[in-house]
Design a protein around this ligand. Structure first.
Ligand code: C5P
Length: 310
């Protein structure tokens, strides 16, 4: 790594995972994406992404999921950093280090989160001074849910998910995520959703006003029945064991359960932290999920944190 005196200090950004409280899938567009109406919530499962000035573009991944994340130019965080450099005529390569704890390929936007973090980190490292709106525009070029990981909180997404609008949400919600190791690719789940729909005419998705009212109460009992995901049937059709996992979580006392994004992670909403601990223990004991983690939302989007001292 370069150690020239004038190099700016490395920048570390912490970024959350997301869960979709509602994911309504509309018609397939000509560009291969589907029109969505979704409500995202950021939860406190985090990755930390550090960028440091370097002689060449480079990437390393550390943490429990390190061995399943590419470190070449397919890495979304590297793509994000290079996109921002190209767009702003920056000629200073960086070494991107991802401390990964968001489940990989789980429907929790882990790769998108790293891309969002890299944009925010490089903006600071290169002193670009971009606004959140400008960063969200670059984010949209990298993936449908990357802009939300910059914004965080609870927000509505339309278009292919990248057009954000604020949502008034009170309180904090306790979640338990059952992370399974059965692979599910996002494009395959959307394709299965289309297949199951056959020739049915699919209306433009409209946000559910009862979900919006529920979020204003701050009461998980009111929110739980409003959780929904149009990709859930498709995910269960491809991986039937996800249906049993949902049933187990409900039998063990969850208030509501939903496949997260395109899966295979299943998100359970519970009453409070004690209920989260109980459900985590019960689901872990079944062995039906590779890992069970509790989390709280909403939390902030990608933000700079003090340098790690490891
Ligand atoms: O933009 P993102 O990386 O999330 O998209 C991954 C894939 O998911 C797309 O290539 C597409 O197959 C599918 N997708 C979709 N409609 C959306 C978002 C994603 O069909 N609105």
């Amino acid at each position: 790594m370069t150690s020239a005196h004038s190099d700016p200090a490395p920048v570390t950004v912490r970024v959350p995972a997301k869960v979709n409280l509602e994911l309504l899938v509309g018609p397939l567009r000509d560009d291969g994406f589907h029109t969505l109406s979704t409500v995202y919530q950021a939860v406190n499962l985090h990755d930390d992404v550090t960028v440091a000035v370097n002689d060449e573009w480079a990437c390393s991944v550390v943490g429990p999921y390190a061995d399943v994340v590419p470190t070449d130019s397919n890495n979304l965080a590297v793509r994000a950093a290079r996109l921002l450099a190209d767009e702003t005529a920056i000629d200073t390569p960086v070494h991107v280090t991802i401390n990964k704890s968001i489940p990989v390929a789980g429907g929790m936007a882990g790769g998108s989160a790293d891309a969002a973090a890299a944009l925010v980190a490089c903006d600071r490292l290169w002193s670009l001074g971009l606004t959140t709106e400008e960063l969200e525009e670059y984010a949209a070029e990298l993936g449908s849910d990357v802009p939300f990981l910059i914004r965080g909180g609870t927000a509505m997404g339309s278009g292919r998910g990248e057009r954000l609008a604020p949502v008034l949400a009170r309180g904090s919600y306790h979640w338990v995520f059952a992370i399974s190791d059965i692979g599910l690719s996002t494009p395959d789940v959307y394709a299965e959703c289309d297949r199951l729909r056959g020739k049915a005419v699919v209306p433009e998705p409209r946000p559910n006003s009862e979900l919006m009212s529920a979020l204003r109460t701050g009461d998980p009992h009111v929110l739980a029945p409003q959780l929904s995901n149009d990709l859930q049937d498709a995910a269960i059709s491809l991986r039937p064991e996800l249906g049993s996992l949902l049933e187990s979580g409900m039998e063990f006392g969850a208030l509501g359960g939903v496949v997260s994004g395109s899966g295979p992670t299943v998100a359970f909403l519970v009453e409070d932290v004690e209920a989260a601990i109980d459900l985590t223990v019960a689901l872990t004991a079944t062995g039906a999920a590779r890992e069970v983690r509790k989390a709280v939302g909403p939390v902030h989007g990608a933000h700079v944190i003090p340098a790690r001292v490891d």
